[in-house]
Design a binder for this molecule. Sequence first.
Ligand code: FAD
Length: 454
Amino acid sequence: MSLFALFAPHLSAAEMVQDKDKIAALLLDRRERYQSCADLVLSPNSTQSVQKIMQLAWANKIPVVPIGGNTGLCGGASINGGVLLSLEKLNQINPVNTADRCITVGSGSLLYQVQQAAKDAGLFFPLSLASEGSCQIGGNIAANAGGINVLRYGTMRDLVLGLEVVLPNGEIISSLQPLHKNTAGLDLKHLFIGSEGTLGIITAATLKLFFLPQQVETLWASCANINECINLLNILQKHSSGSLKSFELISHTALNISANDLHTTPPTNAAWHILCEWEKTQNTERLPETLLQHGFEHILIAQNEQQRQNWWRLRENISAAQKRRGVSIKHDIALSIAALADFVAACEKNIQAAFANAEIVLFGHLGDGSLHYNIFLPDYPDKSVYQFENQINSIVYQVVLQHNGTIAAEHGVGILKKHWLKNMRNASELALMQAIKQHLDPYGIMNPHKVYPE
Ligand SMILES: Cc1cc2nc3c(=O)[nH]c(=O)nc-3n(C[C@H](O)[C@H](O)[C@H](O)COP(=O)(O)OP(=O)(O)OC[C@H]3O[C@@H](n4cnc5c(N)ncnc54)[C@H](O)[C@@H]3O)c2cc1C
């Protein structure tokens, strides 16, 4: 029996995706790095439909790969045969619960829609990524997304109060109550946050909301070296009473690529730039003055909302501008702040020893130690650069590991980094992960061949 014939009697016609353009878009990831091939694409419109799909998949041992906004950067939602399960129709956004400061949403809701729903109720959902117009809450949870506000509000893991998940055998577990505390047994939601679709399908989530920041102050600083950037971070943290919410690093190269792409002039010219933002309070009034007293002369404070948005546009446009220049080898890494300067120097030395012309495009969320470390080889501006991917990854990841960092800060492991997981986790940790996976998914149908080394 074909997969279509197996699933069609149990789902509505609209849940059986047949539009060729729609399917083509789902089968190619945003980076155009992974071309997938699926036997069937389904788009369930309720948790009950997801349950039915998983019951049938379990009974017939059919691989199922969940896909959200398809903006993941390490092939987590790529598929090679089986059912591709698009969650986009699970996009119900319930009214904000102002008393408990939370909101319950379907996992297919777009991140920016959830931000907007919170804002409309006078509250704030702080997860913010350059892909927020297309990524979905389920994908954000499955990848434990980070973004620009982690310094103050944490990663997606810190923002989830409860989850509804359909397990590989079709059972549903749910903890969508608006409880900020619950120590009754193991907190199972944490198993699924960051599990990249390998343990179950997230169908809904209850998310924490915060009060809207009254007013923010945005600062652009230029620094001669990484240590100066870290010094700036320390001073701001010390004097901002915890209200510093973003602290982004942008290298000279990254800034120029973005500025050229936007046909604009960078605000300053230096080796390194910092774009950071804090929520204004009485305590932060004297911050700019304090920075001057500490010798930070090259700082600008955004004078109006337009200037603030222009600066953020320069930062958020880096990935898109890079993509328009050609294909690069991307890394999403994190290090302790104390190790950052050494790492940057050592990695640059090793990359340049192997590829003299390599352009290192470095930017990221320095405030929490995570960096986007992208390599562009001007002689190989297209997909031919992938012939060097393993070599470049080895250079970067070895330096990361020597500095006790991580090869996956916020994009997950997917298919791209699964061979590196054994360098990150010890044998007992890997065995425990495999045991959990085996318990929930003994037939290996749930997003197979991802994350765990085979
Ligand atoms: C320009 C750009 C900037 C980015 N910036 C950031 C950034 O600053 N910080 C950051 O963390 N990430 C960033 N990302 C990466 C990406 O946007 C995030 O990983 C995002 O959380 C993925 O969401 P998605 O809905 O697109 O998931 P997808 O790409 O569709 O899927 C990602 C993984 O989650 C699984 N999955 C998806 N939905 C579900 C579900 N409902 N249940 C179970 N598993 C599911 C998939 O199988 C896959 O393994 C960026 C990406 C781009 C293109």
